[in-house]
Design a protein around this ligand. Structure first.
Ligand code: PGA
Ligand code: ZN
Length: 436
């Protein structure tokens, strides 16, 4: 059995320049895994809080107080690591250590265990319970596929300043690509053509970007979507065929619960619950969206179900709605609220919580979209998590070092002859792109 021989934590900064926690775990004195926790700007109310009172310093104190429990633990079993973490902080929501420490500890442990087992991280994770037995094809016959990269090409809302669209993200996905290399290249081409269009229509556009690398122009929702559609068409693509657009409405940002209205203050209108369903449905139809995230606010399960029923072929996706929480996802599935859900490990806290969520998704036929956060590290664990969990898409942005790191990791994984550990056995094969 592999055993943790050293653990160390430190304060580092994320892509927004905010402090976060990074953890190193060494297995058998040799194999070191490292993970730094990301953070969101549009955070769901049911998400796990990142830090306890006292911030990063308080989490680091918990880590050093408990280093003796962590050393000697088996990092090769995500469930066993979860038990160790739960001994330190048994309450739901990790109030003592903070979700960020649960994240960094569990992912650093998994990376060091995968290294010590000589396996790529995606394969190590794909063999872990409760995920492995919930997936349609359990090991050893498991076939891995590449999720489609989903890139934020134009940002507004909580990710960009005044004058930008109210909706948070316009996303591109190369739905017609047969290879991950082509899918990544296509997303980058559309992002680049969009800049040209934005500059052509507004010579004063400075090339400013939101937190995830999407352009942040002075445009309303409608004009922003039109520009994104034109970028695709200029490159010779037909929307819904070679490429498709998506939108993260991040509707909880607009929702004013005291007045029961969605306030689009940049565009200058308001929607009641019914008008919001029509507003989102109209954009989904006119721009042939393949992907619609949080089209209503985070507690509007029934309104989401109405959108889901209208668009059976669209990935009607929960993010703030489902917050990587297996119990909430079960509720959303029972009510038909979504057919897809975002997986962000730090929304839940630790890796084991996220594997439980992925298993619940697989059991309920909910497609997964593994996702970055707007405040990111330069690490690329989510590229592996996306493959391991059988995610349909990997939402990782388009440009910026912390976004490109995830895309480049997909390219490295694709490079190895069989995409696996090199022994050529059937279960190592990565067979093309996910089914959308
Ligand atoms: P966040 O945004 O990381 O700021 O929450 C990403 C998203 O809403 O998908
Ligand atoms: Zn979102």
């Amino acid at each position: 059995m592999p055993a943790i021989t050293a653990v160390r934590g430190r304060l580092v900064y994320n892509s927004r320049g905010s402090p976060t926690i990074e953890v190193d775990i060494t297995t058998d004195g040799t194999h070191t895994g490292r993970a730094a926790a990301p953070s969101g700007a549009s955070v769901g109310i049911h998400e796990t809080a990142s830090f306890p009172e006292g911030g990063v310093a308080a989490s680091l104190q918990v880590l050093s107080d408990n280093a003796g429990r962590i050393t000697g633990a088996d990092p090769g079993d995500v469930g066993a690591m979860n038990k160790v973490i739960r001994e330190i902080d048994p309450e739901p929501g990790y109030p003592k250590m903070g979700g960020s420490l649960a994240f960094a500890l569990s992912i650093a442990a998994a990376e060091s265990a995968a290294k010590s087992a000589g396996k790529p991280l995606y394969r190590f994770l794909g063999e872990q319970e409760p995920l492995a037995s919930a997936l349609p094809s359990a090991p050893p016959a498991r076939r891995y596929r590449f999720p489609f990269p989903l890139g934020n090409i134009l940002g507004g809302g909580a990710h960009a300043g005044p004058g930008t669209p109210d909706i948070q993200e316009i996303l591109i996905c190369a739905t017609g690509s047969d290879t991950v290399q082509d899918a990544i290249r296509t997303n980058l081409e559309v992002h680049s053509e969009l800049r040209r269009i934005l500059q052509e229509s507004d010579p004063g556009f400075s090339g400013g970007k939101g937190d995830e690398g999407g352009w942040a122009p002075r445009l309303d929702n409608e004009k922003a979507l039109q520009a994104a559609a034109r970028a695709c068409e200029n490159l010779g693509f037909t929307l819904g065929r070679e490429v498709s657009l998506g939108v993260d409405f991040a509707s909880s940002t607009q929702w004013d619960a005291s007045r029961s209205r969605y306030v689009y203050d940049r565009a200058g209108f308001e929607n009641d619950a019914g008008e919001q369903i029509e507003f989102a449905s109209d954009l989904i139809s006119r721009f042939k969206l393949i992907y619609a995230e949080d089209a209503v606010h985070e507690e509007a399960f029934e309104d989401m179900a109405q959108i889901r029923a209208r668009f059976p072929d669209v990935l009607v996706t929960g993010d703030d709605l489902t917050v990587t929480n297996a119990a909430i996802l079960e509720r959303a599935a029972r009510g038909g609220s979504c057919n897809a859900a975002i997986l962000k490990v730090n929304q839940a806290g630790g890796l084991y919580d996220a594997l439980e969520f992925a298993a619940a998704g697989a059991r309920n036929g909910i497609g997964l979209v593994t996702s970055h956060r707007s405040g990111e590290s330069t690490e690329s664990h989510i590229s592996h998590i996306g493959i391991a969990t059988g995610s349909k898409m990997l939402k990782v942005g388009v440009v910026g070092g912390e976004r490109v790191a995830k895309l480049n990791e997909l390219l490295r994984i694709a490079e190895s002859r069989d995409g696996g550990d090199g022994d050529g056995t059937e279960h190592d094969l990565i067979q093309g792109m996910a089914e959308l």
